[in-house]
Design a protein around this ligand. Structure first.
Ligand SMILES: NC(=O)c1ccc[n+]([C@@H]2O[C@H](COP(=O)([O-])OP(=O)(O)OC[C@H]3O[C@@H](n4cnc5c(N)ncnc54)[C@H](O)[C@@H]3O)[C@@H](O)[C@H]2O)c1
Length: 366
């Protein structure tokens, strides 16, 4: 039986990946530190009863990581620090140093790991490529605080005309707008370099916004689905940033999990990077309407000019490279909203507390 180590496997994407792999006959080992705010140092119920080999520990602890990597055939490295607070160094400690450690341990111990799969993010593109009114491509800088305060949300070209967004593709230059994205791209480059040098196949997945059940409502970094659903269920205003016309693509967890498994099972994916998205852009304000309708909420949708400093204006990934391998997103955002809302209700979270804490933390967001 092939053994897969999933770092961060107690989390949203990791636990679903474990379940699919287990149903296909893989043996599962999970390494997770179960830190707040995502967890409360306890294994979540959806992990406890599955019979997985569970290791509680930090992915930056070399001794613990060495034990976790022993006798594993594949590694899916999902453990990551994710928020938008100004704790810049923690992103690199957790997300990048851990990636280096995995290689270090494999090499030192001559562990026969067959493949590493890494969870990167659409965030590495930043605002991506825009096309000016005269047809010239350019890479916009992060919008200025002044621009945001003036509610001037769009991206403009040299002639101060609104420029046109283009979908992200894997070959384009990356331009992350925050430490999270920077830590991910540093890991990506390290994986490809060390993997090729030492003959360890790697695959890199740049997920768009992943949605579905088990996404911790306490994870401040998780996006519109968590914010809107918890607000809608708590009967509080659904707060939309900017003017709500920003575009995002959403991908359902079941589709993401199939992509993860494909990386292990298809050697055409060795040393490649793939976007994993929903293939379609939605305006955030329309997504808020979808949440309101599906949750049957009477909350008002509040668009009052609030913003997050490092948010990109639009983010949609071109998924044709992954589709060429036969993968295709099969689930809709409507399904994700329903699954997530059902799960939140079932778990009996204290929604008032969650919405209030989220509001407090959002005041610290960078
Ligand atoms: N969810 C998304 O929309 C999305 C989008 C792009 C990329 N990603 C990436 O996918 C991966 C999984 O994300 P997720 O949505 O499942 O998040 P999650 O928070 O639900 O899961 C991450 C898990 O990693 C664990 N973890 C964090 N730091 C750790 C450490 N130092 N040692 C051991 N475990 C640690 C957490 O306890 C958690 O269980 C992350 O790398 C994330 O950056 C997620």
């Amino acid at each position: 039986m092939k053994k897969v180590l999933i770092t961060g496997g107690a989390g949203f994407i990791g636990s679903h990946t474990a379940d699919l792999l287990s149903s296909k006959g893989y043996s599962i080992r999970i390494l997770d530190n179960l830190e707040p705010p995502v967890h409360d140092f306890e294994w979540p119920n959806y992990i406890k009863s599955r019979g997985y080999d569970l290791i509680k520990g930090d992915v930056t602890d070399k001794k613990i990581l060495t034990n976790a990597l022993r006798d594993t055939d594949y590694v899916i490295h999902l453990a990551a620090h994710q928020d938008q607070m100004p704790n810049f160094s923690k992103f690199f400690m957790t997300n990048t140093v851990s990636t280096a450690l995995i290689f270090e341990i494999i090499m030192e111990n001559k562990f026969p790991v067959k493949k590493l799969v890494y969870s990167s993010s659409q965030f590495v593109y930043g605002d991506g490529i825009y096309v000016s009114s005269s047809g010239k491509e350019f890479f916009p800088e992060l919008r200025t605080e002044k621009q945001m305060k003036e509610k001037n949300w769009e991206i403009f070209d040299d002639e101060n005309k609104q420029a046109k967004f283009t979908e992200f593709n894997e070959e384009q230059k990356v331009n992350p707008t925050n430490s999270y994205g920077l830590s991910k791209i540093a890991s990506e480059e390290m994986l490809l370099r060390l993997g090729k040098t030492y003959g360890i196949p790697v695959s890199i997945l740049r997920y768009s916004i992943v949605q579905g059940a088990r996404q911790s409502p306490r994870n401040v970094y998780s996006g519109a689905l968590r914010i809107f659903v918890t607000q809608a269920l708590a009967g509080r205003p659904i707060t939309v940033t900017e003017d709500g016309n920003q575009l995002r693509d959403f991908v359902n967890i079941e589709d993401v999990v199939r992509a993860n498994v494909l990386m292990i099972e298809d050697s055409r994916t060795d040393f490649e990077r793939y976007n994993v998205g929903g293939g379609k852009g939605y305006k955030i304000k329309d997504f808020a309407e979808m949440v309101k309708k599906i949750t049957n909420s009477s909350s008002e949708i509040l668009i009052d000019g609030r913003y997050r400093r490092t948010d990109t204006r639009h983010a949609i990934s071109d998924i044709s490279k992954l589709k060429n391998l036969g993968w295709c997103p099969e689930n809709t955002p409507e399904k994700s909203i329903k699954d997530y809302a059902d799960w939140i209700k079932k778990e009996n979270f204290n929604l008032e507390e969650i919405v209030t804490n989220a509001k407090k933390s959002s005041e610290e967001l960078v």
